[in-house]
Every structure is written in structure tokens, then in C-alpha cells.
Ligand binder design. Structure first.
Ligand SMILES: [Zn+2]
Length: 256
């Protein structure tokens, strides 16, 4: 059972390594909600995560995450103590600390982090970012979530773009898709010809940053790894951090 779980994590890690440039030591950016759950279920994060990844890991957090946890007071003192044990990566918000969520959103813009959080809203946001690994605790069990549909489609798109669709290339492409667990059309030739016609679509990984439209649906065309930053949050200077009510609920309810 355990071995199967590790193997699954390895497969997911290799997807991010092969397609999105993740390398050892894997940097795991941990927030206080993750620490709180680890505390409740008596998980030693420092022992368990490297074991789960079967690789060298670097456990990190940010000053904003620590400050947010501290501001929640004695109720989450245990989680605060845990999160303070990790390396503190500079987030650039020294002058105006942000909420943990806003800080994490800005951190993934230019860095490769596995985000460890129990915050469902943040997880939902991260799933819309191609190539963004997410992990959480399912009770006592660490889980590295499988790549999102969008991450898989981005890889598929890149592969299609990088081949010239000669017969030899078609075979290579099919083999590559299979190795990454991507769907392979039964009638490959027809499928590839169709995709060749659609070649004019911009590569989502080379798009310039676009202004984020509120409530815009995520499509392969519009989303890109660069299009991560929520600029409106960046521009707002706030000295006092308002903690989202759902985060307070996570800490207070102890439901996981
Ligand atoms: Zn920050």
C-alpha cells in the first residue's frame, strides 16, 4: 500500500521534472494550515515529506505566512511554532506583509515550488496554473496531487508544437505522450493533421503576461505559466493583513 503511494508520487514528480523544469532538491513551500493539520494528526513534516518524495527536499515558508499565523494567536500557537522551523524564503513583502495566500500567489510567479496547503480555495487557484504541483495531508497521509487537466493539456500542446509531423516524428510523439500518460488518439494521423491546422494558436508558455480578467474562464489559449500574478493584489499596499474568513475557519473548525 505504502509502496504504491510512493510510486504514484514518483510518477507525478517525474511529470513535473520532465515538463516543467523541477529539480532536486524539491522546494516545498508550506503554509500554516498544513502545519495545523500535521499537528492534529501528529505528523512530523521534516521526517515525512523527504520520505514521501524519496528525494532531497527543502522545506520553506515566508515571513508573511509566519506573521499571519502569529496574528491568529494562541489557538494556532503549535502550528506557528512548526512553520517557524522552516527556511524563510524572501518574498519581497518586508515593507507591507500580505496574507499567506497572496504571498504564495506571488511566490509561484518566478519560482518552482510544490505548495503544501490545506486551503481549498488556494488549491483551486493553483490548479489553474499549468505546471504547479500541490500537496496536502489526507489525515496522516501526505498526498502530492496528480497533475491538473490544464497541466497535462499544456504539455500535450507543447509536444504537438515541437514536432514537424513527419512519419518518424508521429511515432515519437505517440511514444512521448504514452510515457507521460497523455491520451493518444486512435486515428493518430487524422488527429495530428487536425492539430497541425490549429498551429496558429499561441504557445501558452511563450505568451506575454496578460491582464487578469475577473471571472475569466481558464482556457489553454489564455492561461500561461507567466500569467500568474494577481496584479491588483500586488498593487494594494496594506500594512495590516486581513485574514480571509475561510482561513480562520480552517484553523477553528479542525475539520480535515
Ligand atoms: Zn510575502
Amino acid at each position: 500500500m505504502k509502496i504504491a503511494r510512493y510510486k504514484k508520487a514518483q510518477k507525478t514528480l517525474s511529470f513535473y521534472r520532465n515538463n516543467f523544469g523541477f529539480r532536486e532538491p524539491y522546494q516545498i513551500l508550506i503554509d500554516a494550515t498544513f502545519c495545523q493539520t500535521a499537528l492534529i494528526f501528529q505528523i512530523g513534516i521534516k521526517d515525512q515529506l523527504p520520505k514521501y518524495f524519496q528525494a532531497e527536499t527543502r522545506l520553506v515558508t515566508t515571513q508573511c505566512i509566519i506573521l499571519e499565523a502569529e496574528s491568529l494567536g494562541s489557538k494556532v500557537q503549535g502550528a506557528t511554532n512548526i512553520v517557524k522551523q522552516f527556511l524563510v524564503h524572501k518574498c519581497g513583502h518586508e515593507k507591507g506583509p500580505k496574507s499567506g495566500i497572496a504571498c504564495i500567489k506571488s511566490m509561484i510567479k518566478n519560482n518552482r515550488y510544490v505548495i503544501a496547503t490545506q486551503d481549498r480555495e488556494l488549491q483551486e487557484y493553483l490548479r489553474k496554473k499549468p505546471g504547479q504541483p500541490i500537496m496536502y495531508l489526507h489525515k496522516k497521509t501526505p498526498v502530492l496531487e496528480q497533475p491538473s487537466e490544464l497541466s497535462r493539456k499544456t504539455v500535450e500542446f507543447k509536444l504537438n508544437e515541437s514536432f514537424n509531423f513527419g512519419t518518424a516524428d508521429e511515432k515519437k510523439l505517440v511514444a512521448l505522450k504514452k510515457s507521460e500518460g497523455l491520451p493518444v488518439a486512435e486515428d493518430t494521423k487524422t488527429d495530428l493533421k487536425k492539430k497541425k491546422k490549429k498551429k496558429k494558436q499561441p504557445n501558452p508558455l511563450s505568451c506575454k503576461k496578460k491582464k487578469k480578467k475577473p471571472n475569466a474562464g481558464v482556457t489553454l489559449k489564455k492561461s500561461s505559466i507567466d500569467n500568474i500574478q494577481n496584479k491588483t493584489i500586488e498593487k494594494t499596499k496594506r500594512k495590516r493583513v486581513k485574514i480571509p474568513s475561510h482561513i480562520k475557519e480552517i484553523f477553528q473548525s479542525n475539520k480535515y
